[in-house]
Design a protein around this ligand. Sequence first.
Ligand SMILES: [Zn+2]
Ligand SMILES: [Zn+2]
Length: 226
Amino acid sequence: MNQHIIYACGLLVGINLYGVIYAFLVTKYKLLNNKKIQTRNISYETFLSRLPLFTFNVLVLILFNVIGIYFFREYFIRDFISVPWMIVEILFVLLIDDLFFYFLHRGMHQNKYIYKKIHKIHHRANTPIPLEYIYVHPLEWMSGIPGPFLGMVIIGGISFESYLIYLIIRNVHEIHIHSGVKSSKLHKIIPFYGTNEHHDAHHAKRDGNYASTFVFWDLLFKTRLK
Ligand SMILES: [Zn+2]
Ligand SMILES: [Zn+2]
């Protein structure tokens, strides 16, 4: 059990360090400037101003993981079954998580009071930089926590290995869709996978494209930006 906590925390620290280094290189040294979606450059000062809230959110995220694994592990973690089943578990959790996020995110735009008080912080970025995936009001990302856990509970629990892979896919994808850099060819060939352009357009227009991991929820509910 303690080992599981160390693995999950180590993973989250590593992923978020990647997000910070990526954002640092994009703002300070204009990394991948020729592959940017929007032409606007974001200053290094903006990067620095994002760090306190980002760091606070990452620390609370890690704390939540420690509490979740230590006290509630039996509700969402089960033994490893097989590699094919692991793929099913990961896809299912990503799907339910994204559906939950879709409605949560859309609701935050439709309710003007909640938008102004909570979600507007995330939309300070019209042209996002990598670490802005978790540059949000703490209540915003906390209200997204039920999404993946709903998926895990519905499917009867997932293996700890699946949980770690879910964390990697979800968080690295979030960093990339906020990078402001065009999606790679590999990213684009995965069917219905949310591209960087998909979420960047949401930041640029502050409307539509509410889902994150996949694009089909926006297609299905007719909120995809043209
Ligand atoms: Zn965003
Ligand atoms: Zn939004």
